[in-house]
Design a protein around this ligand. Structure first.
Ligand code: GLN
Length: 499
């Protein structure tokens, strides 16, 4: 059981890249190794929804043929996985939903194109909650993924397959999406690093939209350095995504100085409640240790106040479903994926066409997606809009203002804000399935970064007595990924002790 994960021979993306670049290993050999690991082991974790064996090997052979010419490509020969909500040309892309069964997009998401351009090899698509709605992968049409540290537990969600794949050594790095914690929470549950970049830092072109004002794409990896490496590939302006920002992309790898000297780290003590807020005592103890480690790395730890952050969960669960109800209207059985058999007669809904829409959506969407569509439709409907949606947007602005004040040099002037990634470690499969509210409350620390757009990373911060991983979350200034990663890297070094 516990301890099954993290194979001792686990490699980093940068070490693979260096070995392929120098000719020490061929890209084909590396690719074959990971394909074999997946074939042998994924029956235990259910991390993959599709594996692209032949295409991956063919691309690896191409990398080998061009090794000299492509030597500066930052992910040369690195196998990577892509979450099933991200389009890859001609390959199954289903959002783990029955409604997209058989859908093969005719184009690559910008992130998929950039990875390929950087020399990476996409080996497969990873499992997730349907349309990324969930915290456990239990809402996947493919069944849940399992946590490599304890297969009776969830790897988290929605990017649970991505985190399980990396933690179990089936891939060195994975690409996930994060609308309300879906990169960071699975990273925390699986003992790896996961970064949600600033809103606008990475293009979402080709990401199946969940909640467009919150969605971001980012990496999950074993080390902070690998998240920095992959962010450098993903980041940048894209004319295909009007929300992507045309701001300079820093050299994130060069930012990893190894220490945190001069950085100010804010701790929102009131939010953590210390005992009163339902936070697991082992998570709090690990967080207290992490603060000591941050100080040891050279950071100055100070208190900050985020008085509205405690309302982040209700705000998120109005805004995200509202946007989802609109985004998911396009799945009607006409343009993409599965279609229910043409209905005879009106089925009460009017025309046969309307009946076809209804049947397709009824059969195609799972229970959680339907719940979100209903919540969102309700929150946006006349008479409730002001009471719910508009009020949620107002509180969202107040939460953003809290963060702005904490970062403001006229106030505490912190560079980064620290808190646990989740209030508890990985829960058992089935534990929250009948209680959506309990599932939603686990998002209390992660959703603020989406509501504010700020970048945030989860890094491993030790274990519970039962050997379940715990995550430390660090939230940075908008477009401050270089500083955020520098601190996370410095923390990781102190945490691991001298090599
Ligand atoms: N757990 C959150 C939800 O269920 C987060 C989802 C996400 O980030 N995609 O909505």
């Amino acid at each position: 059981m516990a301890g099954a994960a993290r194979p001792a021979d686990a490699e980093t993306a940068s070490s693979i890249r260096d070995a392929v670049r120098s000719g020490h290993r061929s890209a084909v050999e590396v690719c074959r190794h990971y394909l074999e690991r997946i074939a042998e082991d994924d029956g235990r974790w259910n991390a993959f929804t599709a594996v692209f064996r032949d295409e991956a090997l063919a691309r690896a052979a191409e990398v080998d043929r061009h090794r000299n010419e492509w030597r500066d490509r930052p992910l040369l020969g690195v196998p990577i996985t892509v979450k099933d909500v991200i389009c890859t040309r001609g390959q199954p892309t289903t959002a783990a939903s029955r409604i997209l069964a058989g859908f093969r997009p005719p184009y690559n998401a910008t992130v998929a194109a950039r990875l390929r351009e950087a020399g990476a090899i996409v080996v497969g698509k990873t499992n997730c909650d349907e349309f990324a709605m969930g915290s456990s992968t239990e809402h996947s049409a493919y069944g849940p993924s399992r946590n490599p540290w304890d297969p009776e537990r969830t790897p988290g969600g929605s990017s649970g397959g991505a985190a399980a794949a990396v933690a179990a050594g089936l891939a060195p790095v994975a690409i996930g999406s994060d609308t309300g914690g879906s990169i960071r929470q699975p990273a925390a549950f699986c003992g790896i690093a996961g970064l949600k970049p600033t809103y606008g830092r990475v293009s979402r072109y080709g990401l199946l939209a969940f909640a467009s004002s919150l969605d971001q794409i980012g990496p999950l990896a074993r080390t902070v350095a690998d998240t920095a490496l992959v962010l450098g590939v993903l980041a940048g302006h894209d004319p295909h995504d009007a929300t992507s920002v045309d701001a300079p992309v820093d050299d994130y790898t060069a930012a990893l100085s190894g220490d945190a000297a001069g950085l100010r780290v804010g701790v929102p003590r009131a939010l953590l409640g210390y005992g009163d807020a339902g936070i697991d005592s082992e998570v709090l103890a690990a967080f207290d240790k992490a603060l000591v480690a941050l100080a040891a790395a050279g950071a100055l730890v100070v208190d900050v106040e985020l008085p509205h952050a405690e309302h982040a969960v209700p705000v998120y669960y109005l805004v995200a479903p509202a946007e989802a109800s609109s985004n998911l209207a396009r799945y009607d059985g006409v343009r993409y994926g599965a279609r229910a058999a043409a209905a005879e007669g009106g089925d009460g809904a009017g025309s046969p066409l309307a009946a076809m829409y209804d049947r397709t959506r009824d059969a195609g969407f799972g229970a959680e997606v339907k719940r979100r569509i209903m919540l969102g439709t309700y929150a946006l409907s006349a008479g409730y809009y002001d009471a719910y949606y508009r009020r949620a947007q107002r509180v969202r602005s107040l939460i953003r203002r809290d963060y702005d004040r904490a970062f403001d040099t006229a106030g505490p002037g912190v560079d980064v804000i620290a808190m646990p990634t989740t209030p508890a470690p990985a829960f058992r499969l089935g534990e929250h399935l009948q209680d959506p509210l309990a599932m939603y409350l686990g998002d209390v620390f992660t959703v603020s970064a989406n509501l504010t757009g700020l970048p945030a990373i989860s890094v491993p911060a030790g274990f519970t007595a039962a050997r379940l991983p715990i995550g430390l979350q660090l939230v940075g200034r908008a477009f401050g990924e270089a500083t955020l990663l520098r601190l996370a890297h410095a923390y990781e070094r102190v945490q691991e002790g001298p090599a």
